[in-house]
Write a protein that binds this ligand. Structure first.
Ligand code: ATP
Ligand code: MG
Length: 369
């Protein structure tokens, strides 16, 4: 929510791999905004696999403390995970989501015409994924039949009205905000694909799972029905299978989609495939009190340390962070600069068929700003 601040403090957690290359790029872009955002202090913070190997903790207490007590928001780079199970190590990003109660993962997927790219889908949507429950509570049981040794595995799926309502509210708030962002874009002469009123699509499978998905659906519907605030936001529903089909057939018909954890995970990776490179897709982990930007990609060990990682996912995550903190116009400026560089096609990293470095692309974006 928009709070009047005279200064901003952002925790910067590059963590591992290309996170250490793309996060500084995002910081340079934020710094270039100058006085259009409050004076911003960046606090470097430790976490990750390398940190674990050095000091024995993937997520130092100091990092959590500073984030909680001092920061208005944060940016996370990427974390490498060991391929084998290592005693004492667990993913710091999962722990951060818990500590900061970041109950949603918000992933905008938007396409832009990039010269020489083969696949192109007209798409500008946001997937809002519940981040704390569903099948991912990881409550599984294995029963072995004492007579014939056959096995039976059971996974519990938890859906609560509380978690479903808050993710629903998040989706409607995002739809409102996107409406506002589109108005700004239109004023500056940019064409926007979605010309209708803001829309939230509830993704579920309540025709089969009437108790769990039924509760999710009902809880989200009640958010709109319980207030006038979202009168300008349309609400529709898609069964998850039909959602996948339509998203690949006509992604342009979606604005904001909200889904329980598992469906959200699957459809958001699918949607990322529509736009061409993992290096383009941003996300934020958001709760009521805290927001953390994070590119969707991982630590990309295959290209680490070569200054060729695409910084755009990270830069767009920074824009998303600003927008969530209430700085909609500076965020729009970042996104416009990114889009201009992409559609011009002169400065592209190798994942998009170009020859430019991380630094070149960042410089080009800074110039546009
Ligand atoms: P991790 O275990 O940390 O997820 P990974 O090996 O799965 O590491 P990802 O980061 O998920 O690697 O990336 C998958 C592929 O996409 C890799 O080939 C990587 O080089 C490429 N990739 C990911 N992010 C970027 C980026 N920002 N720019 C260019 N290529 C990228
Ligand atoms: Mg990966």
């Amino acid at each position: 929510s928009a709070v009047k601040r005279t200064a901003l403090k952002l925790g910067m957690i590059p963590a591992d791999g290309i996170g250490k290359e793309v996060l500084p790029a995002a910081q340079r872009v934020l710094e270039a905004l100058g006085s259009s955002i409050p004076k911003t202090t960046f606090i470097p913070l430790k976490a990750g696999w390398e940190e674990f190997n050095k000091n024995g903790k993937a997520l130092p207490e100091e990092t959590i403390k500073i984030l909680k007590e001092e920061c208005d928001g944060a940016m996370f780079g990427s974390v490498s995970s060991p391929s084998h199970k290592v005693e004492g190590y667990s993913s710091p990003i999962v722990a951060l989501r818990k500590h900061l109660d970041l109950y949603s993962n918000v992933r905008p997927v938007s396409s832009i015409k990039i010269p020489n790219q083969k696949s192109y889908h007209q798409c500008d949507m946001v997937i809002v994924r519940e981040n704390t429950e569903c099948l991912y509570i990881k409550k599984e049981e294995l029963e072995i039949d004492s007579k014939d040794g056959s096995k039976k595995a059971i996974a519990y799926r938890q859906i609560t009205s509380k978690a479903s309502s808050r993710i629903g509210k998040m989706a409607f708030e995002i739809a409102l905000r996107r409406g506002k962002e589109r108005e700004i874009a239109k004023k500056s002469g940019k064409s926007v694909w979605w010309n209708g009123e803001p829309k939230v699509t509830i993704v579920h499978k309540s025709n089969v799972l009437s108790v769990t998905d039924g509760l999710f659906r009902e809880s989200v519907r009640a958010i709109k029905e319980g207030t006038d605030r979202y009168n300008g936001v349309k609400m529709e529903e898609q069964l998850v299978d039909s959602m996948v089909y339509r998203m690949f057939r006509e992604p342009e018909i979606f604005d904001v989609a909200v889904a329980p954890n598992l469906y959200g995970d699957i459809i958001s990776d699918g949607a990322a495939a529509l736009v061409g490179s993992l290096g383009l897709v941003p996300s934020i982990n958001a709760g009521d009190d805290f927001v953390m930007g994070e590119p969707v990609h991982g630590s990309a060990p295959d290209i680490e340390g070569q200054n060729i990682a695409n910084p755009i996912a990270s830069i767009r995550s920074a824009a998303l962070l600003l927008s969530s903190l209430g700085y909609v116009e500076p965020a729009a400026r970042i996104n416009e600069a990114v889009d201009a560089v992409l559609s011009e096609g002169q400065y592209l990293t190798p994942d998009l068929g170009g020859k430019s470095s991380t630094t070149d692309v960042t410089d080009a974006i800074l110039k546009r700003l």
